[in-house]
Design a protein around this ligand. Structure first.
Ligand SMILES: [Zn+2]
Length: 417
């Protein structure tokens, strides 16, 4: 069922067989980490003969309705918890506040483990099973680890998750409840990644870290998010898609999804992509603003309230390409702006997201004030994870309840204040 015809180097264009088990272009990859990322390329002529808009519309909403676009050959190995098929919610109250008539939230918090990472891990664990893996390992600061753990549990395979010291407790609890062995490492994500690489070689584990730099197939699941948006907008792309950015792999994958539907003639327009990061953890924004290449931004110690976006380095040209090709934009938002946006999305639209997802609403407000986005344009904000995953942040700002005796007079006293 897989229609992938090659792996193409995003830096020099050299193509490899999809069966080549290599992480990077043999030529560009020599230059260092992040160079020569490989991207799976589908045979669109063949896919076009198998599916069309009508066929897709008649399939049940799910990530796997797009199976022709995904890198799995043996359908019996698919590991699914019914991920994808998430709602695209048209905002009402925020429309009044921002003045945008066509503002949507792609609500990824309703995925099985409450984050968009389930799209990636349904595909990753299915591929691991295809290759006979019995133990998998990943580096994750939270959502990816929770998702990896859940899909490993579903597949009946052992899972090790290596977390950095800053990982939030609630996400570690989630990983552990799914049965993963969680190991906290005192070091950067990059250093932890190197440890996991070594451990996978030593113990024969299958490395399932969601980084394109390790495995070109790791983020293919994310592109289905773009397919769904097109279908939900009646086969159109919005004018803008705003997405939070950590490594930037998912931003690149979402952009790829739009380009694939465009190449197949399923949509007639492409969106402009916006990548959002937290101020203090904004290497992609720096590269974009300063018109630099990804490797020209030196790694720094990241600090942001958006724990899922805590990154101090861009790994590869994949996310920058998405911004440049789509005539897009990159923007950083402060902790204060993130908390305000989180509260406003929850209180005005009923969508409670984690701080990293709230960055998209904060970014929208900023880009409206900078007149980058026009109020007549349509905008989709991608909210990637549930607010219930990081209650510690909301706990600092929520309105604590008043406690009273069960008497009407006490209630009246409270209501009168
Ligand atoms: Zn290359």
């Amino acid at each position: 069922m897989s229609f992938i015809k090659s792996l193409k180097c995003i830096d020099c264009g050299k193509e490899y067989s999809p069966e080549d088990l290599i992480a990077a272009c043999t030529e560009c990859g020599q230059k260092g980490l992040g160079f020569g990322l490989l991207d799976p390329v589908c045979n669109y002529d063949k896919i076009g003969k198998q599916v069309n808009r009508n066929i897709l519309e008649n399939r049940k909403p799910s990530l796997w309705k797009y199976k022709e676009f995904l890198p799995i050959s043996d359908e019996s190995k698919i590991v699914s918890l019914d991920e994808g098929g998430t709602p695209l919610i048209k905002c009402q109250s925020l429309t009044g506040e921002t003045g945008i008539k066509n503002l949507y939230v792609k609500n990824e918090t309703v995925n099985p483990t409450s984050s968009f990472k389930d799209r990636a891990f349904s595909v990753i664990i299915s591929r691991a099973l295809e290759r006979g893996a019995s133990t998998v390992a990943a580096v994750s600061d939270g959502n990816a680890g929770a998702s990896a753990s859940a899909y490993s549990a579903r597949a009946g395979i052992a899972c090790y998750i290596f977390t950095p010291a800053f990982a939030v407790q609630s996400k570690i609890i989630q990983m552990s409840m799914y049965g993963a062995r969680v190991i906290s490492v005192k070091g950067s994500l990059i250093a932890t990644g190197m440890l996991v690489l070594g451990a996978c070689i030593k113990y024969g584990w299958f490395n399932i870290t969601t980084a394109k730099v390790l495995n070109p197939y790791q983020t293919e699941g994310h592109k289905t998010l773009a397919y769904e948006i097109c279908e939900q907008l009646n086969w159109q792309a919005p004018d803008w898609v705003i997405a939070p950015v950590s490594s930037g792999d998912s931003l690149g994958a979402i952009w790829k999804g739009f380009k694939e539907f465009y190449a197949l003639g399923f949509i007639k327009n492409l969106p402009r992509m916006v990548g959002v990061q937290g101020e203090g953890a904004d290497p992609l924004v720096k590269a974009f603003d300063e018109k630099k290449q990804f490797y020209e931004i030196e790694e720094f110690e990241p600090v942001t309230i958006a724990d899922a976006l805590c990154i101090g380095r861009v790994l590869g040209s994949w996310p920058l390409n998405a911004l440049n090709e789509s005539n897009g934009y990159a923007v950083a938002v402060s902790d204060k702006e993130i908390l305000e946006a989180q509260k406003s999305l929850a209180a005005k639209e009923g969508i409670f997201v984690e701080p990293s997802s709230a960055t998209t609403i904060a970014a929208l407000k900023k880009l409206l004030s900078r007149r980058v986005i026009n109020r007549n344009e349509s905008v989709v904000c991608v909210t990637t994870g549930s607010g219930l995953k990081v209650l510690g942040v909301a706990a600092q700002v929520y309105a604590k309840p008043v406690q009273i005796e069960p008497s009407m007079s006490e209630l009246e006293k409270v209501l009168s204040k």
